[in-house]
Design a protein. Structure first.
Length: 334
């Protein structure tokens, strides 16, 4: 890769966020960058290089969903959450996606996200037993794509090209990202689901998500009113954002936080008091990102340590040797 190409921060700029301990031996280390901002955007904690650009991946979904709502698509409850979800592909998730498409009589075939298996193992096993295969409906971004197609139907935009960067919907998404984050993208690319993705800093990402979560559902301004409505929907329907027993759903349901993962080790969380964390694990792994984000919020007094302690055993942090637990993933950044 050319060193002149746009890129995120490097190893030398990163800091250790967590380690993997097996049988008393530190086997692996996860390095990255992170920032925690207060409700007014003040820096509460900073690690590594949070001002370097990253592709937020699915952490951009709240901005995409707000754009769709601002384009005149009424989304409430689980439908609003599926528009911003990285869902597990359960039958319940797929029913909501189909109900979204059905509002405008859009065929499943119009979805341009890749065909995939459900991320939920039980749902995947059920498909195999029934002799069925992959489908774009099961892909974790299908709710976002269904909502994008609804926006096209609502506004008379071309549905066949809805993922093109110069499509009216995608231009509006970019504008929403810039307005909430206060940044112009440092680069653009294609996300795993085929939609445009924009490189912004972790600082900008935390600022933007903080503004989303702190928006009021009764704001006189549609953009912020829709942000407030989306936040309320996520907090009331944590199952729809992720899936049973999965990290984002657990954090939302047990701790009352707004939480959203992104591929390649990106995570955002916002606490009820307004503190927001954004982080990227440099190696792209998500296995430590949830607990690192939670412990950073604890470190700035935005979250109760005992509540995180109680949830931690459910976050798949144990390291196994055979049938025994022989170690764990542990946060070292705080």
């Amino acid at each position: 890769m050319s060193t002149s190409a746009p890129q995120t921060f490097g190893v030398a700029e990163a800091v250790e966020l967590a380690v993997v301990e097996r049988s008393g031996f530190i086997e692996s280390r996860h390095a990255g960058s992170a920032i925690v901002l207060g409700p007014e955007g003040e820096v509460l904690a900073s690690l590594g290089a949070p001002d370097a650009p990253v592709f937020p991946r699915s952490c951009l979904k709240p901005f995409q969903a707000i754009t769709i709502m601002n384009a005149g698509v009424s989304l409430e409850g689980a439908q609003a959450v599926l528009a911003t979800a990285s869902h597990a592909g359960t039958r319940k998730h797929v029913q909501v996606v189909r109900s979204m498409l059905g509002r405008a009589r859009i065929e499943d075939s119009a979805l341009q996200c890749p065909a995939d298996w459900p991320g939920d193992r039980a749902s995947r096993d059920e498909l195999v037993r029934d002799g069925l295969g992959t489908s774009p409906l099961y892909m974790n971004c299908s709710g976002k794509h269904a909502a994008m197609l609804l926006a096209c139907a609502q506004n008379g935009w071309d549905q066949a090209t809805y993922l093109e960067p110069d499509h009216p919907l995608q231009l509006a998404v970019r504008d929403t990202v810039e307005r909430f984050t206060g940044e112009k993208p440092a680069a653009s690319g294609v996300d795993g689901c085929g939609a445009p993705v924009y490189a912004i800093s972790l600082t900008g990402l935390a600022r933007g998500i903080g503004r989303v979560v702190n928006s009021s559902p009764t704001s006189p301004f549609a953009l912020y009113r829709n942000a407030g409505l989306l936040t309320a929907a996520v907090l009331a329907n944590g199952w729809a954002l992720d899936g049973p027993g999965r990290a984002n759903t657990l954090v939302i349901e047990r701790l009352g936080l707004f939480a959203k993962l992104g591929a390649e080790g990106v995570m955002v969380m916002s606490a009820p008091g307004g503190a927001t964390v954004a982080l990227k694990v440099l190696d792209g792994s998500l296995r430590a990102s949830t607990i690192v984000a939670l412990r950073l919020l604890v470190s700035v007094g935005a979250l109760d340590a005992a509540a995180v302690d109680a949830l931690e055993p459910e976050l798949d942090l144990a390291i196994h040797g055979g049938a025994a637990v022989v170690g764990r993933i542990a946060v070292t950044a705080v």
